[in-house]
Design a protein around this ligand. Structure first.
Ligand code: SF4
Length: 84
């Protein structure tokens, strides 16, 4: 389990996650407008890139991962498909 998140698989980088011990509600906001506090924590997280790649590959559709919201990850996936 990654910090407050319920991830499908435990990853080694999760040990260094800045969100460990954070309130799960922060990382699973009810709307994108309320994602600010989580995104602020992600901004200085040492494993942000690994977290984002994991979330994209694992299709984590809920919550803030790797400094992105659900909507932002969907956009990244769309752009990658176009450039593939
Ligand atoms: S980037 Fe954000 S969601 Fe991912 S491990 Fe770091 S703090 Fe947690």
């Amino acid at each position: 389990m990654k910090g407050p998140k319920v991830s499908k698989v435990t990853q080694p980088w999760m040990e260094q996650a800045s969100c460990r011990g954070a309130n799960p509600d922060t990382f699973y906001p009810v709307s994108e407008d309320l994602a600010g506090p989580a995104l602020k924590i992600c901004a200085s997280c040492p494993v942000r890139e690994a977290c984002l790649e994991y979330a994209i590959v694992a299709r984590e559709t809920e919550g803030v991962w790797g400094g992105t919201t659900e909507k932002e990850r969907r956009r990244i996936i769309r752009l990658r498909r176009k450039s593939a």
